[in-house]
Design a protein around this ligand. Structure first.
Ligand code: SF4
Length: 193
């Protein structure tokens, strides 16, 4: 097997691990893996990203699938609607106090993976992170990952072939590990259609 195919097989196995870790939490708390992912996303992203359309892109799922999951979370009192002041048919969602409490129980779902990473040498970790961030960016460029909030797709990012990274918003050079995959200040360098 070629090395590329082995890496793809490895990534596939790791993706299964995340699914299985989410399912373990899902069974304990009686909610589905996608509902957990929505709660975790809402807990650490700004309100303007927390609506059905954006969540569907974020998780590469259809709007009806996300809409059903959000409806259940609203019904369970884990999410609340935050209506737009200009259009009362449009709303974002936010965590209720029950949602905040549950997120506290769910947010460690990936800890078995984190514990393994803690034992990996720092240089190796930097290389893994660099490779992963480029892979994610290129998958976004091909339209396979729809949502992009990383430096490489950001209008404030400047890089060169020597591997220098610079953020013109923060006005500083970014070392490899400082490249962000999910930046709150991200603005797309492409005009959104
Ligand atoms: S604003 Fe954020 S995403 Fe954009 S270049 Fe700076 S650190 Fe990266």
């Amino acid at each position: 097997m070629e090395l590329q195919s082995k890496i793809v097989a490895g990534l596939e196995r790791i993706s299964e691990v995340f699914k299985s870790l989410l399912w373990e939490k899902a069974k304990v708390y009686g909610i589905s893996p996608i509902q957990i992912q929505i709660l975790l996303f809402v807990s650490n992203h700004s309100s303007n990203l927390c609506n059905v359309s954006y969540l569907a892109k974020e998780f590469n799922l259809t709007k009806p699938t996300i809409s059903d999951a959000v409806r259940v979370l609203l019904k369970k009192g884990l999410l609340e609607k935050d209506f737009s002041p200009s259009d009362n048919r449009r709303y974002n969602v936010q965590l209720s106090s029950g949602g905040v409490q549950l997120v506290g129980e769910l947010s460690d779902y990936a800890s078995p993976v984190l514990q393994i990473l803690e034992h990996i040498d720092e240089e190796e970790m930097k290389q893994i992170y660099g490779t992963l961030s480029r892979l994610i960016y290129q998958l976004n460029q091909k339209g396979i990952i729809q949502v992009q909030r990383s430096c490489f797709g950001c209008r404030y990012y400047k890089g060169d072939k020597k591997g220098t990274h610079f953020c013109s918003l923060l006005d500083k050079k970014l070392a490899g590990p400082e490249i962000r995959l999910d930046c709150p200040e991200f603005e797309s360098k492409h005009v959104e259609s």
